[in-house]
Design a binder for this molecule. Structure first.
Ligand code: C2E
Ligand code: MG
Ligand code: MG
Ligand code: MG
Length: 294
């Protein structure tokens, strides 16, 4: 059933349409009201251990249920939200709503102690002095262990390494929240930052996977990236795994974990909850050469 979701996000509203000034300002006005009108919805996509298919956690992905335009994907409105300064409210809403969801799940059924709720944070959020305090307060109020939260921050955001950004990262680390660099390989940063920033995980962008089976040398290239991440003492996660072959290859290269349509599409909260309540190890496809579920 989770498979349906991906298809239902018909891109009625392509980013390119944002070029129309009038539409842009209309969207901006609507987006400002979207949070208070409860038009944002969260979907959840499992991240699994590649060797066992154990569900390690879920990534929280926001969508905009627009009254007229249907379900709008985040790539379309997150940049707009950043531009018009709504991103702050949006990210806080996502953080709060998803942590409340996690608390409810934990009340309703057992989850692994190290279960990870993975929340995307916009770059500008790291500049907010009260970011870490607000997260600490939420965790305390909901009685959630900080290890259950991982924040995903894109590479480009993290490498600017401003004073406040570093303060936020270090405080998050001190709090015990996991920090992951998202979309690794799409920025244009120096590699040395991997060893200098207080991060624990690196999620490699799916663009590196798309050519895995077609482009000569790509497998070696991906292997080298995984080695690089490991050499920096960090854990590698791969996104955008769509085929059994890709999952197998990454597993054989020693990549610990990943996510993608092959395992599961992002799902609405009730579907994700139903899955998590009944499943610790995802069973995928016919599973001919996949690992045996424990
Ligand atoms: P991301 O953090 O890299 O999230 C992964 C994206 O890849 C998601 O797109 C997910 O649906 C998609 N995906 C997952 N598996 C596959 C696969 O096997 N194949 C393909 N082709 N795609 C896959 P989505 O949900 O459209 O999100 C796009 C981006 O929007 C995210 O990229 C993230 O940067 C941003 N975003 C989403 N939710 C939030 C949020 O709450 N706050 C902020 N600041 N950004 C968000
Ligand atoms: Mg992400
Ligand atoms: Mg990503
Ligand atoms: Mg990505």
């Amino acid at each position: 059933a989770a498979k349906r979701e991906g298809r239902s996000i018909i891109k009625l509203f392509e980013p390119v349409m944002l070029y129309s000034r009038q539409l842009r300002s209309q969207m901006a006005a609507e987006l400002r009201g979207a949070i208070s009108s409860n038009e944002l919805v969260l979907h959840y996509q499992p991240v699994v251990e590649l060797a066992t298919h154990r569900i390690l956690g879920v990534e929280v992905l926001v969508r905009w249920q627009h009254p007229l335009r249907g379900l709008i994907p985040p790539d379309t409105f997150i940049p707009l939200a950043e531009e018009i300064g709504v991103i702050h409210d949006l990210d806080r809403w996502v953080m709060s709503t998803s942590l409340h969801q996690l608390a409810r799940w934990r009340r309703d059924f057992p989850l692994d102690d190290d279960f990870q709720l993975r929340v995307n944070l916009s770059a500008v959020e790291l500049k907010q002095l009260d970011l870490v305090d607000s997260i600490r307060t939420l965790l305390r109020e909901l009685d959630l262990p900080s290890r259950n939260l991982v924040v995903e921050i894109t590479e480009t955001a993290i490498v600017t390494r401003g004073e406040v950004e570093m303060y936020s990262l270090l405080s998050l680390q001190q709090l015990g929240v996991g920090i992951e660099i998202d979309d690794f390989g799409t920025g244009y940063s120096s590699i040395s930052y991997l060893r200098e920033l207080p991060v624990s995980m690196v999620k490699v962008d799916r663009s590196l996977l798309t050519e895995l089976n077609t482009r000569p040398g790509q497998l070696e290239f991906v292997a080298a990236i995984l080695q690089l991440i490991r050499a920096a003492g960090l854990e590698a996660v791969f996104e955008g795994i769509e085929t059994r072959e890709q999952a197998k290859q990454l597993r054989e290269l020693g990549c610990a974990s990943g996510q993608g349509y092959y395992f599961s599409r992002p799902m609405p909260a009730d579907e994700a909850g139903a899955l998590l309540a009944t499943t610790r190890y995802l069973r995928v496809g016919e599973e001919i050469d996949g690992p045996e579920p424990a």
